[in-house]
Design a protein around this ligand. Sequence first.
Ligand code: AMP
Ligand code: GLY
Length: 435
Amino acid sequence: MREPLPASILVVGAGGREHTLVRCLVASPGKPRVICAPGNAGIAAEVACFPVAADDILGLVALAQQEKIQFVVIGPEAPLALGLADLLIAAGIPVYGPTADGARLEASKVFTKQLLLKYHIPTAPAAVFNDREIIQAVLYLRSRMLPIVIKADGLAAGKGVVISRDLREAESIVRDMLYGTRFGDAGRKVLIEDWMYGEETSILVVVSGRDYIILPTSQDHKRIGDGDAGPNTGGMGTYSPAEVVTPEMLERIDREIVRPSVEAIAKEGMVFRGTLFIGVMLTDKGPSVIEYNTRFGDPETQVVLPRLETDLLKLLWAAATDHLREIELAVRPDHGLCVVIAARGYPDTYPKGDVITLPDSAALPAGTTIYHAGTTKNAAGEIVTNGGRVLGVTAFASTLRVAADRAYAACEQVQCASKYFRRDIGARQLKRIAP
Ligand code: AMP
Ligand code: GLY
């Protein structure tokens, strides 16, 4: 391992994922100095935050240089796709997070689908159409079974995927995307993909070239409403471990998906150092890739990283400096559950600036933490909502039932006029374990 571990770290981003990363890095035994850009109200209460936007990649490099940062951990996808890691490497600053070529695995669904098909990694059949191929796209739609999945090629904050059960609706969505009226340029190329039935799991993999470590499993709840109703969101809640992924299934996912993915990425000439987050559907024919992301999941991070006994800084630094082989991952046996508190109206329009009243941390149930996401302070110094997903109320316990009870008890302690959250996070697994 390249010793010593870095003493100064910049975390890039402003969500619940970054709040968790900051907490875990601050807890590193070497007591590094951690700063964040741009951060949120919760992060700012713990470390220095600098008002540089996550997509201002030149500003972030300048900040890293000015603050004598020795290691940068990039949270969200936008700066990765813009090439922040490339710039930092050129400036001699080690970074956790892939360069722009690796980030295409998330930034372009078409690129990823082509890679999956080329390397025979299990995934749903699909076809790609551009804005001059509307008729072909409509004919293809008519040749497939319903429901059908329509995906904008580019980044759309987790919202560029529509599942349609109605051919007319599907045709109009494809038209809107290709005309650029839905998702702008991100939708000028679409992927029309067969729908897969099954349960989803999030497989987070720390990758360093051809080496990798699979982190504890988790399951997200993507839809806005209870019972998985309504539109997709960035994620409304998670739990870890996802016991639907038995040890045998994890072994199969590793053999059929993770290892071939890491190999394929290396064979394509990408030197990937960061998180490969594989969305996997557990179908009756076996595990199948839904998508790749090239960063930690949000809110998966909130339930996965605090379960690591291994020093997070050591893990990420090893991945960034090609020493991942030296890491033996240790995981706590507890269960984590995160309930996202969103602003009512999300993922469409929602108010900003609503005052949030939080309980004192001493008043929270044991094992419970509130990670901030879309929060900021107003001129009066009050914490207010500043995004769709506002807080990640997260609890750990020796059983999922207790973790859920604690997280939901804490949700009741949060006051905010536009507060909205799902009441059924973890329900699938809780039903499996309780008769
Ligand atoms: P993605 O952005 O590709 O992860 O898609 C967002 C969500 O849409 C996924 O988490 C799934 O819930 C759903 N989804 C995407 N592709 C499919 C598919 N082929 N079959 C069923 N559901 C899908
Ligand atoms: N929670 C899903 C994601 O981070 O994309």
